[in-house]
Design a protein around this ligand. Structure first.
Ligand code: VGL
Ligand code: ZN
Length: 210
């Protein structure tokens, strides 16, 4: 595949809380780190997203009395799955893994900062009321194709890819450079099917070099 300066790599939420041992761990999440480091130099534009919640965030089960992670509540008309407390601003769990090389990153887009609405996508919050600026950033940079990788395949990676598509970017998912949280065992597989059905192209990282 011939990469040009119109291509961007988007690294989604490779933070301690989504890695093995973290508050919202993704199995094998750490296995993607060396792959990310090996593909970053192939791109002239690399950006990262960071889940970055205030401690009173309403996606946390702990902030709803009597609720447990996995239960669903209504937040201003939007269904919200409740999560364990994770990626709290300034805490270790919110930091990027130290083995990930940030030297290629042009910018980091933080999301999930409004306590009343969650934000899976790196572009918009789940109510589509707030915008992180990532879409305009990439458009101003002349980007036409985006390559998405990171965590978790069935939440933030999926929503980032689908929003990228809706903004008109030709969108690729790096299938081997993501892992699913799989609250339900099939969620990762269903996410891949949904992305592919909507027009995201599924590729393997080795295809970037061929
Ligand atoms: C994520 C659940 C809650 C993710 C973030 O990065 O996929 N999932 N917050
Ligand atoms: Zn979150």
């Amino acid at each position: 595949m011939n990469l040009t300066d119109k291509d961007a790599l988007i690294i989604v939420d490779v933070q301690y809380d989504f890695l093995p041992g973290g508050a919202l761990e993704v199995r094998e999440g750490d296995q993607i780190i060396p792959l990310i480091n090996s593909i970053q130099p192939l791109f002239s534009c690399v950006v990262a997203t960071q889940d970055w919640h205030p401690e009173d965030h309403l996606s946390f089960a702990a902030n709803h009395s009597g609720k447990k992670p996995g239960e669903v509540v209504d937040l201003d008309g939007v269904d919200q799955i409740l999560w364990p407390v994770h990626c709290v601003q300034g805490e270790h769990g919110a930091e990027f893994h130290e083995d990930l090389d940030p030297s290629y990153w042009e910018a980091v887009f933080q999301k999930g900062t409004n306590p009343r609405v969650d934000s899976y996508s790196g572009f918009f919050d789940n109510a589509r009321r707030g915008d992180t600026g990532l879409g305009d950033y990439l458009k101003e940079r002349g980007i036409e194709r985006i390559f998405v990788c990171g965590l978790a395949q069935d939440y933030c990676v999926k929503f980032t890819a689908l929003d990228g598509l809706s903004l008109g970017f030709e969108t690729y998912l790096l299938q081997d450079v993501t892992r699913a949280v799989n609250l339900n065992p099939e969620d990762g597989k269903l996410a891949l099917e949904e992305m592919e059905g909507k027009g995201v192209k599924l590729i393997e990282s080795k295809e970037l070099i061929d």
